[in-house]
Design a binder for this molecule. Structure first.
Ligand code: WTA
Length: 637
């Protein structure tokens, strides 16, 4: 089994080993898996091209490591515990043996539909067990899954399907979320109006919403699976064959299809899951993320299932039927490890402690957070009220691109500090770099967070655009992976993540590129140009503030335009990208060469324009005064 760390001394020892001899360290972690053919080299890499290969020429299938490797020991154990949206409804539990059988049946279904190794399968589904089954069925036959979060719009889904040239789309008639139903099939139909590569759409019946089935293209999930064998030989994959594509936002252009490969991702997701959460056999682990994001991939599906854990999957939302829902789930299943996002903690904190009172939370042993910096107030509330001062908090820093947790306490082992992700995991070599590219060594320094040595879970490329992969991550600082985050290392050598230093904003733990939102706003017929920045938001962490220049006002007046801009963004990207504030401005602050001075807009949005810094290159100072005057937040001048 994976090398599990039990003490701080053990961590220090493992960390040192991993730096002194990464090959030996990662070979040892790789040993605990089942390989059809052992690897030749542990790593082949350079950060110039970049070219990153782990467990080179190893052959395996990740699902054999979830199922065949473990069936003798825990076939009858619970694998997925599923809690539906409506607590009154039946819940569902799948043992490892049952999950294996479902995965095989669906893998055979996909094969029958002509899906083979390397084909892309787009997945646009609610949080039901079939979603996890779909991922694993793809992995079983070597197809590459590309999950699109079920809150994205038709337009966003279309863009992702086309970028990956997916052959099959898996969706559902609808999805339940609190008291709402998302018409997933209808949205998918709209997306598919111009997706030439999709041959088949498999539709799961979930909400019984009225939908249209297109003859020759659409088939019902239950009919497609009916009669399929529950035995499906695994496709033998190379370590470096892609396992999945997951789209994420960057500071420029369209979303990037981040590619993760089979071997390294397997070892890394399992290693980090075991050590960070200190999972013990029999524990019930609950991660509240959606499988549409990387957290769901690595820490609902792959990491836990590779280690034989019981993973809880929740279909609904934290505030329905009321803000005590998470705690009811914790009690119902006696959850031991609970992993969520700071935005959810802040939202529940704001609802008051009455939703926590009388809840039985004594089963909890470990609390986790991910996705954005956690402020101290939220950290303390989580620690004192949810964890009753008994549970360590693991503040886990990582990214879609890193595949797994990078900087984090090990639960109950690493002494924590509120708002600090603390120390790097074994194998991870973070460095802090100044804007000029100088490595800042020693403690009490602040700068850009880079990683100077590869780790098995790291992304290998951007689907269809390796050059973009190089320029985005490996060109800012020579021979280093640049994360896009700012970081501070304190006097104890502990890391505190400060947030993005690029034009990416983090809204309720969701990553959004400001350029992407601007493009959506600019589609509006009355908009000439726009600039989007983040601003501090009590619940969401960051809110979206759009400064928009319009040619003329329509009959609806200013309010009408604002509303239609917000609706436009919802339609083009999805509700998560909808601006919170839209200010109509006479112009944007620009330099003489025509570049937008976002720094000024950020200051206004943050409510402090008392020190705008150097504005000597500003073309028109009046514009700034007008923006401040019309600001939608109080601005100190
Ligand atoms: C931010 C989510 C502070 C960070 C797994 C990163 C965090 C981005 C933390 C990646 C944390 C994630 N503390 N900030 N513990 N975890 N972030 O790709 O800015 O959705 O670059 O992956 O979230 O977001 P992504």
């Amino acid at each position: 089994m994976i090398n599990k760390i039990h003490s701080l001394g053990g961590y220090i020892h493992e960390y040192q080993k991993s730096i002194a001899n990464p090959q030996a360290f990662w070979a040892q972690q790789g040993e605990s898996f089942f390989w059809r053919k052992r690897w030749e080299n542990v790593i082949d890499w350079n950060f110039d091209e970049p070219s990153i290969k782990w467990y080179v020429n190893g052959k395996l299938n990740i699902t054999e490591n979830i199922f065949e490797r473990n069936l003798y020991t825990h076939g009858d154990q619970e694998a997925i515990i599923w809690e539906p949206n409506n607590p009154q409804d039946e819940s569902r539990v799948l043992t490892y043996a049952e999950l294996f059988s479902e995965v095989n049946k669906f893998a055979n279904t996909l094969r029958r539909l002509g899906v083979g190794k390397g084909d892309r399968v787009a997945i646009y589904m609610p949080m039901v067990p079939e979603l996890a089954i779909a991922l694993l069925a793809c992995a079983r036959i070597g197809a590459i899954h590309s999950v699109v979060f079920a809150g994205f719009s038709a337009n966003a889904l279309q863009e992702r399907i086309n970028d990956a040239s997916a052959k099959v789309l898996l969706t559902a008639d609808g999805g339940f979320r609190g008291d709402k139903v998302t018409p997933l099939k209808q949205i998918a139909d709209e997306a598919l109006e111009s997706c030439s590569t999709i041959e088949t759409v498999v539709v799961l019946k979930r909400t019984n919403s009225p939908i249209e089935m297109i003859v020759g293209r659409d088939i019902w999930w239950h009919k497609a699976v009916d009669g399929q064998s529950d035995v499906c030989p695994a496709e033998i994959m190379d370590s470096e064959d892609p396992l999945f594509i997951l789209y994420t936002s960057g500071s420029t252009g369209k979303p990037k299809g981040i590619v993760h490969t089979v071997g390294g991702y397997m070892v890394y997701s399992a290693y980090t899951f075991t050590n960070v959460f200190q999972y013990h056999a029999g524990d019930v682990y609950f991660c509240t993320a959606d499988i549409g994001w990387i957290t769901g991939h690595s820490y609902i599906v792959y990491g836990p299932l590779l280690t034989g854990a019981k993973t809880l999957m929740f279909e609904g939302v934290p505030t329905w039927p009321d803000a005590g829902r998470f705690w009811d789930i914790v009690n119902k299943y006696q959850v031991n490890q609970f992993y969520t996002a700071p935005t959810a903690i802040r939202a529940l904190l704001a609802k008051g402690n009455e939703f926590l009172e009388n809840k039985k939370l004594a089963s909890l042993k470990v609390l986790g957070t991910v996705g954005e910096p956690i402020n101290e107030e939220a950290w303390h509330w989580y620690h004192d009220h949810v964890g009753m001062s008994q549970c360590p908090i693991v503040d886990t820093w990582w990214q879609t691109e890193t595949g797994g947790i990078m900087i984090s306490p090990l639960a109950g082992i690493t002494p924590t500090k509120p708002s600090f992700a603390t120390l790097p995991l074994p194998g991870i070599q973070p460095v802090i770099v100044s804007n000029e590219g100088k490595e800042l060594s020693g403690n009490s320094v602040e700068g850009n967070l880079c990683i100077k040595f590869p780790w098995p879970g790291m992304a290998r490329t951007i689907w269809g655009d390796h050059e973009r992969f190089r320029t985005t991550y490996f060109s800012s600082y020579s021979k280093m992976y640049f994360t896009g985050d700012g970081v501070k290392r304190d006097e104890d050598g502990y890391y505190r993540i400060l947030g993005r230093v690029d034009d990416v904003i983090n809204v309720s733990g969701h990553r959004l590129g400001t350029a992407e939102i601007e493009n959506a706003i600019n589609e509006h017929p009355l908009v000439n140009e726009s600039a989007v920045v983040g601003y501090p938001h009590a619940i969401k962490g960051q809110g979206i503030y759009a400064f928009v220049v319009c040619g003329e006002l329509s009959t609806g007046g200013e309010e009408g335009i604002r509303r239609s801009i917000m609706q436009g963004v919802t339609k083009i990207i999805g509700p998560i990208a909808r601006p919170d504030l839209v200010q109509l401005v006479p112009g944007l602050p620009k330099t003489r060469s025509g570049k937008i001075m976002r720094r000024i807009l950020r200051k206004v949005a943050e409510g402090d324009a008392s020190n705008l810094g150097d504005i000597s290159t500003l073309l028109d100072e009046d514009v700034v005064d007008q923006i401040i005057e019309g600001a939608l937040v109080d601005v100190k001048v």
